[in-house]
Write a protein that binds this ligand. Structure first.
Ligand SMILES: [Zn+2]
Length: 114
């Protein structure tokens, strides 16, 4: 079941190499979702992706598309996370620092005045 077609995901596009001319058939997330929706509607377990170069249809199993969609989700998460974490961490550190400074100053002021 490990497909004839191995999708390569790069730059948010699933790339299927055409069996006939080896041209990459590029599918973005929307195209993958559309293919899955089409398979759901027609209740078939494969989708024919047409090569833009030679016009041959490349039959890919549903697995290829679900794997592609998962890869999209993973890529989106990976792209999102560092920025979010960094921003969140910076905000947290800033707030914590302010609080710590405030507390330290407060305590210090109470305890030992020079
Ligand atoms: Zn082709």
């Amino acid at each position: 079941m490990d497909g004839l077609l191995r999708p390569i995901l790069k730059e948010n596009q699933m790339d299927i190499a055409c069996w006939n001319c080896k041209t990459g058939i590029k599918l973005d997330k929307a195209a993958v979702e559309a293919a899955l929706a089409q398979m759901d509607a027609s209740k078939v377990g494969f989708h024919d992706a047409h090569c833009a170069s030679c016009g041959k249809s490349n039959r890919a199993t549903r697995d290829v598309f679900t794997a592609g969609l998962e890869a999209f989700a993973k890529a989106a998460k990976a792209a999102d996370e560092p920025a979010l974490t960094r921003r969140g961490a910076a905000r947290k550190t800033k707030a914590e620092n302010a609080r710590r400074r405030g507390e330290a100053v407060g305590k210090g002021a109470k305890k030992g005045r020079r």
